[in-house]
Design a protein around this ligand. Sequence first.
Ligand SMILES: Cc1cc2nc3c(=O)[nH]c(=O)nc-3n(C[C@H](O)[C@H](O)[C@H](O)COP(=O)(O)O)c2cc1C
Length: 192
Amino acid sequence: MTPFKTVALEHASRLINHGPTVLVTSIDGARRNIMAAAWSMPVEFTPPRIAVVIDKHTFTRELVMASGTFGICVPGASAVDVTYAVGSSSGRDTDKFAEYGIVPIIGPVLGLPLVETNCAAWLECKLIRERHTEDAYDTCFGEVVSAAADPRVFNNGHWLFDASNESLHTLHHLGAGNFARASDMLRAKPLP
Ligand SMILES: Cc1cc2nc3c(=O)[nH]c(=O)nc-3n(C[C@H](O)[C@H](O)[C@H](O)COP(=O)(O)O)c2cc1C
């Protein structure tokens, strides 16, 4: 695994701009957790802010509300099985990190468990309390306070998907455990 490189906060929104399925990580004291989320997006460049839907019945939601923080990890194609697994079981009665052999690193700013193995990037977020959107739409907002990415696939503020880094191409959920992965890049040209 190539060491992750810090991503400048003004570029953090690009890590989820293209709509990858992500892993939401959380910790509150001795309790930690990880779940899959297909519904996340940037909402502000500066300061970098994002939104993610975290259902109120999930254990993740309980930990996020208790700690006021959450992590977002961007899995690569080689993490497809574990992504689906952590999105198909609850961590309320089991530690999914231990169960699925996921070894997290500790986030540098918020101390969140973050996954680098088979992942392309991660972001540490401070929860921005918005009780109405949380209650009505399960939509939680966060301010990104640190971010990093694998430079083989995200460098100098840009994604690069090519044949050399296919295992890190991001995942996009099609439903029922089927995923597409980000593939060939297309460069838009001005119309004649
Ligand atoms: C591919 C995939 C995408 C998902 N996307 C979301 C999502 O955006 N928001 C959400 O609340 N749950 C989503 N889920 C469901 C949660 O991951 C699932 O309820 C999980 O078991 C919650 O775990 P927890 O109780 O340990 O927090 C998704 C599941 C999968 C498999």
